[in-house]
Design a protein around this ligand. Structure first.
Ligand SMILES: [Fe+2]
Ligand SMILES: [Fe+2]
Length: 265
C-alpha cells in the first residue's frame, strides 16, 4: 500500500468523520459510532426480523456503553492500562478466536452448511495473512508486551467455544452477533489508537481490513446467508438464533467488564 492509499483507508476515514462531530459525552460518542457502523449499513437480509436483530440485538444489554468501552473510546486509560487491555483483547478476540474457537468448532460440527461457513471465516481470518499475527506485530511495533493469556480472555474463549458449538440455531445466532458487533468494537478501539499512535496505527493493516466493507460487514452478511439457508431447510428456529445472538452480546460485554477489572486492578 502506498501512503496515499493508507490515508484513504477506512480507519483514517472514520477518524476524519468523527473529528467534525461534537459529543456531550463518551456515551453519546459510543451511540453515534454504533449508529454509524451498524444502523447505517444496508440491510443484509430479506427477512425483516433478522435485519432488526442485526441492528438492535445488541441494544438493551448494557453492552454498547459498558465502562470498558467508555474508557477506551474516551481515551482515559494510561499507557500501561491500554497495553494491558490490548493484550487481553489480542488473547481473547484474536488469538483465541482464530487458534481455538474456529478450528475446534470445525472439528466439532458435522453440519455441511455450518462447516462451509466456518471454513469461510477461517479463510478470511488468514487473508492476507493471519489477523492475530498482524495484531501481534502491531503490538510489538508499540513496544507493548503480550504476556500470557489472562483470565478474562481464557473465560471469554471458553464461552465463545460453547456458543459456536451449541445447538445449530443458537450457534449461528451467536456467530452472527460476533461478526456484527466486532465492526463496532474494532472501530471504537481504532479511534483512540489513531489519535495516540497515529503513525503505527496507520501503518498496520489490522484496522483497515476489518473496518473496510469487505471486513466485518461482509462477515456478517455471509453469516446471514448461512442463517437463511438453515432457516429455509427447517434446521434452525428463529427463537434459537435470537437467543444465541443475545448470549454472544452478553459474553462480549462480560469480557469487556472482566478486562476493565484486570486493567484497573
Ligand atoms: Fe479478523
Ligand atoms: Fe469477522
Amino acid at each position: 500500500m502506498t501512503d496515499t492509499q493508507l490515508e484513504r483507508g477506512p480507519a483514517l476515514s472514520l477518524l476524519a468523520e468523527t473529528s467534525v462531530q461534537s459529543f456531550e459525552s463518551t456515551v453519546e460518542y459510543l451511540e453515534w459510532l454504533y449508529g454509524r457502523r451498524i444502523d447505517d449499513r444496508a440491510d443484509p437480509s430479506s427477512l425483516e426480523w433478522l435485519n432488526r436483530l442485526i441492528k438492535s440485538g445488541a441494544r438493551g444489554h448494557g453492552h454498547i456503553d459498558n465502562e470498558m468501552h467508555v474508557e477506551v473510546l474516551g481515551n482515559t486509560l494510561s499507557e500501561t492500562e491500554l497495553a494491558k487491555f490490548l493484550s487481553a483483547y489480542y488473547w481473547g478476540s484474536n488469538y483465541g478466536f482464530n487458534k481455538k474457537v474456529l478450528p475446534e468448532t470445525l472439528r466439532a460440527t458435522d453440519n455441511d452448511w455450518y462447516r462451509e461457513y466456518i471454513k469461510g471465516i477461517i479463510r478470511e481470518e488468514n487473508t492476507p495473512s493471519s489477523h492475530w499475527g498482524i495484531f501481534k506485530r502491531f503490538m510489538e511495533s508499540l513496544d507493548f508486551d503480550l504476556g500470557e493469556m489472562p483470565e478474562s480472555a481464557q473465560e471469554f474463549v471458553a464461552k465463545n467455544s460453547a456458543g459456536y458449538q451449541a445447538e445449530l440455531g443458537h450457534a449461528i445466532g451467536y456467530a452472527l452477533a460476533v461478526e456484527v458487533e466486532s465492526d463496532f468494537q474494532l472501530s471504537l478501539i481504532s479511534l483512540p489508537l489513531l489519535e495516540r499512535y497515529p503513525e503505527k496505527t496507520a501503518e498496520t493493516l489490522f484496522f483497515d481490513i476489518h473496518l473496510d466493507s469487505s471486513g466485518e460487514e461482509e462477515h456478517a452478511r455471509a453469516t446471514c446467508e448461512t442463517v437463511e439457508k438453515l432457516l429455509a431447510a427447517g434446521e434452525v428456529s428463529r427463537a434459537d438464533i435470537e437467543a444465541g445472538f443475545t448470549q454472544a452480546i452478553l459474553d462480549t460485554r462480560d469480557f469487556m467488564l472482566a478486562m476493565l477489572h484486570e486493567v484497573k486492578g
